[in-house]
Design a protein around this ligand. Structure first.
Ligand SMILES: [Zn+2]
Ligand SMILES: [Zn+2]
Length: 450
């Protein structure tokens, strides 16, 4: 292999359709445009030769079984092609283009990616950033063994949580459990850690629900027989509806919980007590209401007021007309209000906008409260008020002058819901090789570290 072949596609003796024994080198990693008059063989070269060969070789890498489901392409009329990567083609015919089209949708790459993510991606907890996996009795047992070894094989209480439903009394639930043979419970004061505190982003319940910690088994992992532990875990998962808590207990009587190891057989972060949605391909499609960001409806951007257009010249002062829409007769009243309240608050009227400082600029834009309260209402409320009067033609015209598309603030332009963006493929090492941690995308609401 020569050096040239490593960064170029070498075509030798192409004779597809009307090509006349063409030799050429096409550089890789560059945008190459093929032009020519009608009938000169552009499509024969690009689609029937390059794309056909790239696709053909890619398909060859699959098993014969998989190949039968893929479009086969005929070998193009060419002596040799080297250095060709797998190819995708965006057809020149009938491009169904909508405002939602992307390279991903037009090449149908998105259709493959959403399947790949639904099958192969790993979910990371929004709160603690740890992978969320379904625990099985086997995986829990393995984990308990290694944790117990590190903790000096402590005394363990194998428990499962049973929330007391609103319409029941705690004693009634205890009675029901006792009928099933569950007579031992972790005393409520020692189970202080039983219900993990709901983290930020959840509405606090009026009264925290009562959760009984039912003791399934008591053991030391090092000495306990494997079969017995698995049996206990299975039973606890069954009655505890997929939840198992192992309480590390001290030797006092009744035992006090020193630490709790939580497990869940569902898509649920046991540590944060956050449940997650099952993945399906629609979750990873911004053209599906299941996956599309609710704020921008999958467009990745929203239409809003562009403050760069509202204050187009930052060398102007407030008195000098920095706020452009208020320089007309119709809204002169707003300009007077601004100057009146600015004087009250000691905001300089003759300082250029760019020298006002972030805090004062924010005061101008955000204001102090509603107009009806007789305080400074701010530029943003002015536009919100205009929106309510958009039934009038001249207001619509005015608004359109200051509107622009801005990246959606809910998804940062990713077009998908946070629930979808918490799923990731590949390793962190791979990610680091592609893009530095600081410039990588992080879903909103995820409290992850780098
Ligand atoms: Zn978590
Ligand atoms: Zn969005």
């Amino acid at each position: 292999m020569t050096d040239a072949s490593r960064d170029a596609i070498l075509v030798r003796g192409a004779r597809q359709n009307n090509l006349k024994n063409l030799d050429l080198d096409i550089p890789l990693n560059e945008l190459v445009v093929v032009t020519g008059v009608s009938g000169s063989g552009k499509s024969s070269l690009v689609f029937d030769t390059l794309y056909a060969e790239g696709q053909r070789r890619y398909v060859e890498t699959f098993s014969p079984y998989a190949r039968q489901f893929l479009d086969r392409m005929d070998k193009p009329q060419v002596d040799a092609i080297t250095g060709i990567p797998p190819a995708i083609a965006i057809d020149q015919t009938n491009p169904v283009r909508t405002s939602r089209s992307t390279v991903g949708t037009m090449t149908e790459l998105n259709d493959h990616l959403k399947l790949l993510f639904a099958r192969a991606a790993t979910l990371f907890c929004q709160c603690c950033g740890k992978p969320v996996r379904r625990d099985t009795p086997e995986s829990i047992y393995t984990d308990i063994l290694s944790r117990a070894r590190n903790a000096g094989d402590p005394r363990l209480l194998l428990c499962f949580p049973v929330p007391v439903p609103k319409s029941f009394k705690e004693s009634e639930v205890r009675e029901l459990l006792e009928k099933q043979g569950y007579t031992r419970f972790l005393a409520p004061d020692t189970a202080h850690d039983a219900a993990p505190a709901r983290k930020r982003g959840r509405k606090p319940a009026a009264a925290p629900p009562i959760v009984l910690e039912v003791i399934q088994d008591r053991l030391r992992a090092g000495g306990a027989e494997r079969g017995r532990v698995l049996e206990s875990l299975e039973a606890a998962l069954r009655v505890g509806r997929g939840r198992v808590n192992l309480h590390v207990a001290d030797d006092s009587d009744p035992p006090r919980t020193l630490e709790t190891w939580r497990y869940s057989s569902e898509l649920h972060c046991a540590d944060c007590d956050l449940a997650y949605q099952e993945p399906n391909p629609s979750l990873f499609s911004f053209n599906s209401p299941v996956g599309a960001c609710e704020t921008c409806r999958g467009f990745g951007r929203t239409i809003g007021i562009d403050y760069g257009l509202v204050i187009p010249d930052d060398s102007k002062s407030l008195r000098g007309g920095a706020i452009k829409p208020w320089q007309t007769k119709s809204y002169a009243e707003c300009q007077q209000d601004l100057e009146k309240f600015a004087r009250k608050r000691g905001i300089p009227l003759d300082t250029p906008w760019r020298e006002l400082g972030a805090e004062r600029r924010s005061w101008v834009l955000e204001g102090e409260g509603a107009w009806s309260k007789g305080v400074w209402y701010g530029v943003r409320r002015f536009f919100a008020w205009l929106e309510t009067r958009a039934y009038r033609m001249h207001v619509r015209v005015l608004l359109s002058r200051y509107r622009a598309y801005t990246p959606c603030t809910a998804c940062d332009g990713a077009r998908l819901k946070t629930a979808a963006l918490l799923w990731r493929l590949g390793s962190r090492e791979l990610g680091d090789q592609t893009l530095g941690a600081s410039s990588r995308f992080r879903p909103h609401g995820a409290q992850w570290s780098d």
